[in-house]
Design a protein around this ligand. Structure first.
Ligand code: HEM
Length: 457
């Protein structure tokens, strides 16, 4: 494709105008530089090119990065129908099938209506006691002075909670096996353009694909088993699955087993790794900022006085909420949102073609000093003090996305994160083992690459 580069934009022979971007390396483009350190790469990109940038990857594949709240609003809320999710969520499709995260258009709109009752406020609130109970059971096994991988602990805990609230299943005996199945599935690489990788697509335990298939089979077997059992008894066990099975479309049709499987798998996947990472990063930040941990502890002592938190207490724990919000600003569990244009579109000075992939990384927006000030990288929960929160421009902060595809699990996640933090921080203050390498790894979610080894105080 012939391109003419000016200082501010690139014009293609087809009449499209792209944002500026780094000169691509021969053949590989930016593929190597990007995949070596995606977070640093996208941060530099914004610093260098400002509002938007174009990056050319291997195979003449261009990606446009959007860095302003106005551009995010344009894509997510002003023109959501002009952009699709399925193509960019390719790896997820392989695991989740046709669940909310991976479907588009009318199908997405009708499915979203169908599953909404599962997230009804009263139903979600009824899970508070389960969340606290599982946390207390975890804490019963913790002892002062020992060292634990807090990221792993949070993952096991949120996995147990989602299994219980979604399927009424107790994973306490089986969680490590299911957790491993999830890891096998989630860590499988998201790159279908590299055809040589197909060589690794042999279904044996030695290949990543084989491990992926083993994980998927294990998960499917479990989920279809639960659905069959539940259809047979027709019992409302108070979980989200009961709501999904009872849910009907406008024409009174119900979801097929496959649809229920795809939606529950979507909630299962989207519903634990995100929240566990939010909590893991929160404990890391509190460990690095003892004065903020002290303020949190004061609030918990004052309001709870040592007893377990309930749903009603949350309204009286504003600092707990601010701590989590600030942690999700600095370490957004969903570190970027992507879309593919379903038609040509014009955004600012740029005119871009149908099929163009755009990425809107929260990681960059949430850390941009032009928005958050010179101390953008400082952990300061006070930014989210309700008296000042309205000063944050819309879409400068979007850990849960926005528009018609905004996270449907947000109320669940916010309640869970606050209850778990309040329960744990009353009893323990985990401190990072000195010198332990903390490296954010942008996989599907943003997780600490080596976990978080912390000593319990
Ligand atoms: C801290 C925790 C969480 C974070 C940061 C988070 C973040 C997000 C984000 C950014 C999106 C939008 C993605 C996009 O626009 O492409 C999303 C969508 C979604 N999330 Fe969450 N999420 C969290 C927890 C949960 C939980 C607990 C559940 C379910 C129990 C859940 C289920 C979903 C689903 C089903 C969607 C797709 C919605 C749609 O496309 O209609 N999430 N989430």
């Amino acid at each position: 494709m012939t391109t003419v580069t000016t200082q501010t934009q690139m014009q293609t022979a087809q009449g499209y105008t792209y944002p500026p971007g780094p000169k691509p390396k021969p053949i590989i483009g930016a593929s190597f530089d990007f995949s070596r350190s995606p977070l640093q790469y996208v941060t530099r990109l914004q610093r260098q090119y400002g509002d938007a940038a174009t990056v050319q990857f291997m195979g003449d594949f261009k990606m446009v990065f959007l860095f302003t709240p106005a551009a995010v609003r344009y894509v997510l809320t002003e023109h959501p129908r002009d952009f699709t999710s399925r193509e960019v969520n390719y790896t997820l499709t392989r695991l989740l099938g046709d669940g909310l995260l991976t479907i588009d258009g009318d199908f997405h709109r009708s499915q979203r209506r169908m599953v909404q009752p599962a997230f009804h406020k009263k139903r979600i609130e009824s899970y508070a006691a389960t969340m606290v109970q599982h946390t207390e059971e975890m804490l019963a096994g913790w002892h002062t002075g020992e060292t634990r991988d807090i990221a792993m602990e949070m993952q096991t805990l949120t996995l147990r909670i989602v299994a219980k609230t979604l399927f009424d299943v107790d994973l306490r005996d089986d969680s490590d096996q299911l957790g491993r199945a999830f890891n096998d599935v989630i860590l499988f690489p998201n790159d279908r353009r590299l055809s040589w990788k197909k060589l690794l697509h042999l279904d044996t335990p030695l290949t990543p694909y084989g491990r992926y298939m083993r994980g998927k089979r294990k998960l499917d077997e479990t989920i279809f088993g639960i659905i069959a059992q539940r259809r047979a008894t027709k019992e409302d066990t108070g979980d989200m699955l009961s709501m999904l099975l009872a849910s009907q479309d406008e024409d009174a049709s119900e979801m097929t087993d496959q649809q229920v499987r795809d939606e529950t798998m979507t909630f299962f996947a989207a519903g634990h790794e995100t929240t566990s990472n939010a909590l893991a990063w929160t404990f890391y930040l509190l460990s690095e900022h003892p004065a903020k941990a002290e303020l949190l502890r004061d609030e918990l002592d004052r309001v709870l006085g040592g007893r377990a938190p309930t749903m009603d207490d949350l309204a009286h724990l504003p600092y707990t909420d601010m701590v989590i919000k600030e942690a999700m600003r600095l370490f957004p569990p969903a570190w970027t949102i992507g879309r593919m244009a379903s038609q040509d579109f014009t955004i600012g000075n740029y005119h871009l073609p149908k099929g163009q992939v755009v990425l809107m990384p929260q990681w960059v927006m949430h850390r941009n000093p032009e928005i958050w000030g010179a101390d953008a990288l400082a952990f300061r929960p006070e930014r989210f003090d309700p008296q000042h929160a309205q000063e944050v421009p819309q879409f400068a902060y979007y850990p849960f996305g926005g528009g018609p595809r905004m996270c449907i699990g947000m109320p669940f996640a916010q309640m869970e994160a606050r209850l778990l933090l309040a329960t744990i921080a009353q009893h323990f203050r985990p401190r990072l083992v000195p010198g332990f390498p903390v490296v954010p790894q942008p996989n599907i979610t943003l997780r600490p690459k080596y976990g978080l080894q912390m000593t319990l105080h």
